[in-house]
Ligand binder design. Structure first.
Ligand SMILES: C[C@H](O)[C@H](O)[C@H]1CNC2=NC(N)=NC(=O)C2=N1
Length: 97
C-alpha cells in the first residue's frame, strides 16, 4: 500500500533527487524538475518512454511540454503527498534522460 513518505524515509529517497535538480514545489508536498532537450523530438521521445513506465506502475506525472522543455511535477494524489512511487518514477526519468 502506498503511503506518504515518513520523515525518516524522505532524506534517503529525496536527497539524491535534489542533487539531480529536483525541488520541492512551494506550498505542495510534491517535487518538480524542468528538463531541457536539444529538440522537440528528443523531449517528446523522452516523455513517451517515461509514459510507458508511468502506465506500467499506474503512477502518472503532472507534466507539460513546450518545444524542447518538459516540466514535471510528481506527487501521489491518492495519499495527498510524496510517496516512494514519486521517487521511483523520478529516478526512472533521470535514468531515461
Ligand atoms: C485508480 C488508480 O490506480 C489511481 O488513481 C492511481 C493512478 N495514477 C496515479 N498517479 C499519481 N501521480 N498519483 C496517484 O495517486 C495515482 N493514482
Amino acid at each position: 500500500m502506498t503511503e506518504k513518505l515518513s520523515d525518516a524515509t524522505r532524506g534517503p529517497l529525496l536527497d539524491p533527487l535534489f542533487s539531480a535538480g529536483w525541488q520541492v514545489v512551494d506550498g505542495r508536498d510534491a517535487i518538480t524538475k524542468t528538463y531541457k532537450f536539444d529538440s522537440f523530438v528528443d523531449a517528446f521521445g523522452w516523455m513517451t518512454r517515461a509514459a510507458i513506465w508511468a502506465e506500467k506502475w499506474d503512477h502518472h506525472p503532472e507534466w507539460s511540454n513546450v518545444y524542447n522543455t518538459v516540466t514535471v511535477t510528481l506527487t501521489t494524489h491518492d495519499v495527498g503527498g510524496i510517496s516512494a512511487l514519486d521517487a521511483k518514477l523520478a529516478r526512472k526519468m533521470e535514468s531515461l534522460f
